[in-house]
Design a protein around this ligand. Structure first.
Ligand SMILES: [Zn+2]
Length: 111
């Protein structure tokens, strides 16, 4: 286990986790408060950590996160998830909370 990412923006932490899992990298989110509210809406202002389970994936994960950060320019308008009502940063193609795509759009995450 090795910590790859931490941020007090829980939306970004979840985004990193989902992005890495989509790349086949096993990760885990660590945060006592997140654990305690598992399955509920995470508290928006608490530090979350993403840990890579297999340290062999660390470098790949680091590269992917670096690419993600380059892509995630904060110039997009945020959108409100039609499924759960959370506000989602416009840089995210899927809702950070429930992974729903924006209304009328399909996920355009591609690699
Ligand atoms: Zn949602």
């Amino acid at each position: 286990m090795r910590k790859i990412y931490s941020n007090n923006n829980v939306a970004l932490v979840w985004h990193v986790k989902n992005m890495l899992q989509q790349q086949g990298i096993e990760v885990e989110i660590r945060n006592d408060r997140l654990y305690s509210v598992a399955g509920e809406i995470p508290v928006s202002e608490c530090m979350g950590e993403v840990w890579v389970i297999n340290a062999l994936n660390y470098q790949t994960a680091e590269r992917l996160i670096g690419e993600m950060e380059l892509l995630c320019m904060p110039e997009f308008d945020s959108w409100v998830c039609h499924a759960c009502g959370e506000e989602v940063d416009g840089a995210f193609a899927l809702c950070w909370n429930c992974q729903a795509a924006p209304t009328g759009q399909t996920s355009d995450i591609s690699d």
